[in-house]
Design a protein. Structure first.
Length: 483
């Protein structure tokens, strides 16, 4: 924490697209810090770019944060509503001599850029408007000449102790006098951000390290406005497996996409937390309370994080296995209903059976879609046989049919449909034929589910029940007769 004060952090996305993975990771780290140290996590929508900002994008940001459970404290701040304050801060900078009016037109500036490029020099604004007399400036303003407001960068260097990168220093000579207010009176990003962060009392600015170049300008603005500096933390970028900045070419990058791909929010949060932070040791799988408890800026890393979709699927599988079944059920049920396997009313009526089924299927699933796929045989009247499963376990149709006949006979005569008598019956059948139990189990598995992978054969038989199990075997025998 900083200066013993209650930390106030913010997530400040632009509503020009969906909530992306990088933004969600930034939001998570801010949220974790606030929750760990009893601070506040605030949300600001930076909607000053009216041409590109949309209500749809704003809603998508809210939806993504709410799905992840990253709920913000207090009301949402909309940057566009703070125009008057932004302008007042620009006037304050003009009045205290930290900024000046620049009347150079875009065409004039472009010409000077071309001249600099011809001479193979880096263009930097030459402060010519800062040399205008006060009378000249007043005359031009009175005449209605358009102007921007530029910040006058002082000599020296701008330095800060970054939570992630430690000491960072920028020579001020490398920073040109930057525009803070456009000719139409709207603020440039750096002024709006600093003005809003001061007004919101932000004590820690935690964001991606693509913002490092903005930080010296913002520090200069804080000082010129007479405001205390927040602590800065710049998080590593997220790259794809090819080492390049994460983008759409790497697949889904919007958080909402993963919600619809059958991921649970706890797994997504766990995966995002490991993109640029280590809890120490070999710890990987964590619940949200564990992440809050373990979170520390000491674990934040400098190097770029790698987004590995395979690891995300694995992580989701871990979370599917460990979350309470009552928490899993409301996430799976809409997918079961959407797949038309059952209605919500039917699932409520068979709730105990349904929860047992979910507990059975989640062990071998990496996504909610996997659970739905494995659930089909337990709901549908007719099933399809996976060609791979058939080729592997019903190679000889006549032999498979005869073995299933024998299997059906012993199962039909099992006195109690429980694990022990079912196991005794099937293992005795295998022994009497001089074959391994697996040679009986695998053809039966295909008959019951049409798949090669499923829960244990006895768990599956009990979950399906005697009637459906025998019906499935009869159907398989008929199918094999037709081969």
């Amino acid at each position: 924490m900083t200066n013993g004060t209650k930390p106030r952090l913010r997530f400040a996305p632009s509503p020009t697209g969906y909530l992306h993975v990088g933004g969600a990771r930034t939001a998570l780290f801010n949220w974790l810090y606030a929750r760990k140290y009893g601070g506040e996590f605030l949300l600001r929508i930076e909607d000053t770019d009216k041409a590109r900002s949309t209500d749809e994008s704003t809603s998508a940001i809210f939806d993504g944060l709410e799905w992840l459970g990253l709920l913000w404290d207090n009301g949402v701040v909309y940057q566009g509503a703070n125009l008057e304050r932004h302008q007042a801060d620009a006037r304050k900078l003009l009045e205290n001599g930290s900024a000046y009016r620049c009347f150079c037109t875009p065409a004039e500036l472009e010409e000077r850029r071309r001249e600099a490029a011809t001479g193979k020099e880096a263009f930097k604004y030459d402060r010519r408007c800062d040399r205008l007399s006060r009378e000249e400036v007043e005359r031009r303003v009175a005449a209605g000449e358009p102007y921007v407001v530029r910040f006058r960068v002082p000599e020296g260097s701008t330095e800060w102790d970054d939570m992630v990168h430690e000491r960072i220093a920028f020579p001020n000579k490398d920073i040109e006098d930057f525009v803070i207010l456009r000719s139409d009176g709207t603020p440039i990003y750096n002024l709006a951000v600093v003005s809003d962060d001061i007004a919101m009392g932000i004590t820690i600015v935690m964001r991606g390290d693509d913002h490092i170049s903005n930080t010296p300008k913002q520090i200069l603005l804080y000082r010129a406005l007479g405001a205390p500096l927040p602590t800065f933390a710049h998080l590593p970028m997220i790259h794809g497996l090819d080492g390049k900045k994460l983008s759409k070419r790497h697949g889904a990058t919007a958080v909402g996409d993963y919600q619809h791909l059958g991921l649970v929010p706890g797994a997504m949060l766990n995966f995002l937390a490991l993109l640029g932070w280590s809890p120490g040791g070999d710890r990987e799988v964590m619940t949200v309370p564990e992440m809050i408890e373990l979170f520390s800026v000491d674990g934040l890393q400098k190097k770029a994080a790698i987004f590995d979709p395979v690891k995300l699927d694995w992580m989701n599988g871990q979370h599917l296995s460990m979350i309470p079944i009552e928490e899993l059920e409301p996430r799976v049920t809409p997918a079961i209903v959407a797949a038309r396997l059952a209605t919500e009313e039917e699932l409520v009526a068979r709730r105990d059976w349904y929860l047992r089924l979910l507990d059975l299927l989640r062990v071998r699933s990496r996504t909610i879609d996997d659970i739905v796929r494995q659930a089909k045989p337990y709901f549908l009247e007719d099933i399809e046989y996976d060609p791979t499963a058939v080729a592997k376990n019903w190679k000889d149709a006549a032999e498979a049919r005869e073995l299933l006949h024998a299997t059906r006979d012993v199962l039909a005569n099992v006195p109690e449909w429980k694990t022990e008598p079912l196991e005794t019956a099937l293992r005795s059948l295998a022994e009497s034929r001089g074959i391994s139990a697996g040679k009986v189990f695998q053809p039966l598995r295909v008959a019951l589910t049409g798949l090669t992978v499923s829960p244990g054969i006895f768990e599956m038989l009990i979950q399906m029940g005697r009637e459906l199990s025998l019906k499935r075997i009869d159907k398989a025998i008929s199918a094999l007769r037709g081969q």
